[in-house]
Design a protein around this ligand. Structure first.
Ligand code: V47
Length: 398
C-alpha cells in the first residue's frame, strides 16, 4: 500500500483496490467503473488513466489530416439529440451533388488529407447507389485517401432501402472503396435512453451486431458514446462493458471517442449538457474500462482545444484531426472553429507536454515523402450550393 500511495496520492479510499488492479493490469469490473464515475477524487481517477495511457503510448499524441464530408443533412430519423438533421422542406436542408463532393475531396487532398470522414442524414429519397457512387468516385480520384464512411446507423438504413442483408450492404460498401467505418450513432446503448434521445435509430444491440459484421468482413471501425444528457452512470458503465465485450470477440474497434452532448438547437435544449469535469472523467473512465481498445480520442471540436489538451493527461492519446467542415456539432451550438491547421494541432499537443505524431486512420505513422505535396492551407469551407434534387422517390417507414 505505501507503494500505491507514493505513486497515486488518493484521497478517496474506495479507489485503492481499483488502483491496485490498474497497477497489476487486471481488468476492472462494472462496479469499479461505477466507483470511478462516482468518486469525488477526479485527479486520482485521471492519474490512474494517465498511467495506463503512458504505459501504452508514452508521450505520443496522434493526430491526422482529415476532411469531413456530410453528403446530406436531410434525415428521416428526427433524433431529439440532433440539431443537424432536417426535413426536405426545411430551411437549410441540403444534399450535395456527387461532383460537389468530389470537388470537396480534391480540396481535402490539396490540404494534405489522408482521410475523408463521411457521414450524413438518412435521406428519404436517395438510393443506396448514390452513396456507392460517391465512394467509387472518391476512391478512383484519390486512391491514397482512406475513406472512413457511414456509421452503423446508416448501414442499417441502407440495408433496409436496398433490401439487402447487413453483410451484403457492408460488402457492397467495401467493394466500392470504403476502408473503415466511423464510430457515430452508438449514443448510449441502453433502450430507456435511446427511446428518449434517438427512438428511430437502430437499437444498441443492432449497432453492435452491425459493427461485428463489419469487423468480420475486414472493415475496422471506431466506437463512440454520447454523454451528458439523460443517461445515468450505470448506463454509461453498461455501454462501456458492452463495447469491451464486443471487442473481445471481434477485435475490430480502432479508437473510442467519448462525445459530449451539445444541447443547443436540439429537442433537448432544456438540458444543461456536460461540464469540463464530466469531459475529463469520461476520457479517464473510458481509458480505464476499455482495456482492449488501443486508442482514446479527445475530439477537440466538441471538447474545445483547451479541455482536449488537459484530456491528454487524463487518458487520451489522440486529438482527432484538422476536421475541416464539421457540421454536426456546429449546428448544435459548438463554438469551436470548424477546422484547424496542422501547425495549431501540433502546438496544442506540444504545449500539453506530449509529442505530436501524424497518423493515418489506422494509426500507421504518415510518411509525407510518399504522399502528394500539400498545395493549400486549410481554409473556411464554402456553403453547399444546394441545387441538387434527388431523382428517385422511395416511400419509407422509419
Ligand atoms: O453519431 C449528434 C453525435 C456523432 C449531437 O469515428 C451529437 O473517428 C453532441 O461520431 N451533441 C457524430 N453530439 C460524430 C462522430 C465522430 C466524431 C469524431 C470522430 C469520429 C470517428 C466519430 O455526433 C453522432 C452523434 O452521436 N451528435 N448530435 C449533439 N447535439
Amino acid at each position: 500500500m505505501p507503494d500505491l500511495q507514493a505513486k497515486f496520492p488518493i484521497d478517496d479510499q474506495r479507489l485503492n483496490p481499483i488502483a491496485e488492479k490498474v497497477l497489476a493490469g487486471v481488468r476492472l469490473s462494472a462496479a469499479d467503473g461505477l466507483a470511478l464515475y462516482e468518486s469525488r477524487d477526479l485527479l486520482a481517477v485521471g492519474q490512474l488513466a494517465n498511467y495506463v495511457r503512458e504505459k501504452l503510448h508514452g508521450d505520443i499524441c496522434y493526430f491526422n489530416i482529415n476532411r469531413h464530408i456530410n453528403p446530406t443533412n436531410v434525415c428521416v430519423a428526427h433524433c431529439r439529440l440532433c440539431a443537424f438533421g432536417r426535413s426536405p422542406e426545411d430551411k437549410g436542408a441540403y444534399t450535395y451533388a456527387l461532383d460537389e463532393m468530389w470537388e470537396r475531396g480534391a480540396q481535402g487532398v490539396a490540404e494534405g488529407a489522408t482521410e475523408f470522414h463521411i457521414v450524413g442524414g438518412l435521406h428519404p429519397d436517395l438510393p443506396f447507389s448514390y452513396y456507392l457512387d460517391l465512394i467509387r468516385g472518391l476512391k478512383q480520384r484519390f486512391p491514397h485517401v482512406h475513406l472512413k464512411a457511414f456509421t452503423m446507423v446508416e448501414v442499417g438504413y441502407y440495408a433496409r432501402i436496398a433490401k439487402l442483408s447487413i453483410r451484403d450492404t457492408l460488402l457492397a460498401m467495401k467493394e466500392a472503396g470504403v476502408d473503415s467505418l466511423p464510430g457515430g450513432g452508438a449514443e448510449i446503448f441502453n433502450a430507456r435512453v435511446r427511446k428518449v434521445i434517438c427512438d428511430h435509430k437502430v437499437s444498441g444491440r443492432q449497432w453492435l451486431e452491425i459493427a461485428k459484421t463489419a469487423h468480420e468482413i475486414g472493415l475496422r471501425s471506431n466506437a463512440t458514446m454520447l454523454y451528458g444528457h439523460i443517461e445515468t452512470n450505470e448506463e454509461r458503465v453498461e455501454h462501456l462493458v458492452m463495447l469491451r465485450e464486443m471487442q473481445d470477440r471481434s477485435h475490430g474497434f480502432v479508437a473510442f471517442i467519448p462525445l459530449a452532448f451539445h444541447p443547443a438547437n436540439t429537442a433537448l435544449s432544456h438540458l444543461p449538457g456536460p461540464t469540463g469535469m464530466d469531459d475529463l472523467r469520461m476520457i479517464a473512465v473510458s481509458r480505464l474500462m476499455l482495456d482492449n481498445f488501443a486508442h482514446i480520442k479527445a475530439y477537440w471540436i466538441m471538447l474545445t482545444p483547451r479541455i482536449a489538451q488537459i484530456a491528454l493527461r487524463f487518458g487520451a492519446n489522440d486529438m482527432d484531426g484538422t476536421v475541416i467542415e464539421e457540421k454536426i456539432y456546429h449546428d448544435a451550438g459548438a463554438t469551436t472553429e470548424q477546422f484547424t491547421s496542422r501547425a495549431e494541432l501540433e502546438r496544442l499537443i506540444r504545449d500539453a507536454g506530449r509529442v505530436p505524431v501524424e497518423r493515418d486512420t489506422l494509426y500507421n505513422r504518415v510518411d509525407r515523402s510518399k504522399l502528394p505535396p500539400i498545395m493549400s492551407r486549410a481554409s473556411k469551407p464554402a456553403p453547399p450550393s444546394n441545387d441538387f434534387v434527388p431523382e428517385t422517390s422511395l416511400t419509407l417507414n422509419v
